[in-house]
Design a protein around this ligand. Sequence first.
Ligand code: FES
Length: 245
Amino acid sequence: MWLGQLEGGLEHLRDVLVRDSLGICAELEQQMQALVDGYQCEWAAVVKDPAKRARFRAFANSDRRDDSIEWVSERGQSRPADWPRLVATSPVSAPAVAAAPRRHLPVLQTRWVDVARLSDVPLDGGVAIHHGDVQLAVFRHGADGALYATQNMCPHKHDMVLSRGLLGDASGEPKVACPQHKKTFSLRTGACLAGEVPALRTFPVRTEGDRVLVELPPAEALRELCPSSASCATGAGDAAEKVAS
Ligand code: FES
């Protein structure tokens, strides 16, 4: 289309590029060479640098693979499966969420579990950790780097994605927006701020020197409390009731 609008058409273009009628070919060649010389593959740089590579670990507290990712084969290689097409679902209204009966939770023994170095948790970002086979997300929020811990599974589509969410605040309430469809949750209480989906489970978190500790029940009990399924999402602030630490 642009060629049809170019004065002189294809013949003019041939003059400029092949016969160098404007005398700019040497400069164009130089610019192209500068681009070629300056090109760096950002992914190759990550693969070669252990410090950068560490940022792409699935979990801050082990080298385990994230088995919640579905892989497909393509041209003799594997890649993560495409996201499923979005199907319209009826939103859960805020009053319905508020009126939902709270599950009775067993009284659980909890303890502080060392999950990561503080430096593993990026400022205004999050990392995934696992406790047994339950995935959790640890976040460092705002200028003061306040720490929060929640389930990693988004209650909307049940994907393990919240550790990669975008942090912000809603009228002073620290929040995370799911990277998929941007539903937002309070980092303090776990409540979905628009009341559309059930709340996240949240967990107490603190530091000891450069270590991040999350207060958790034993892995088996956490799986009951927060399985990798829809039942992970229940009422806000339903973290395990602590009787001892
Ligand atoms: S998966 Fe849809 S908002 Fe999180």
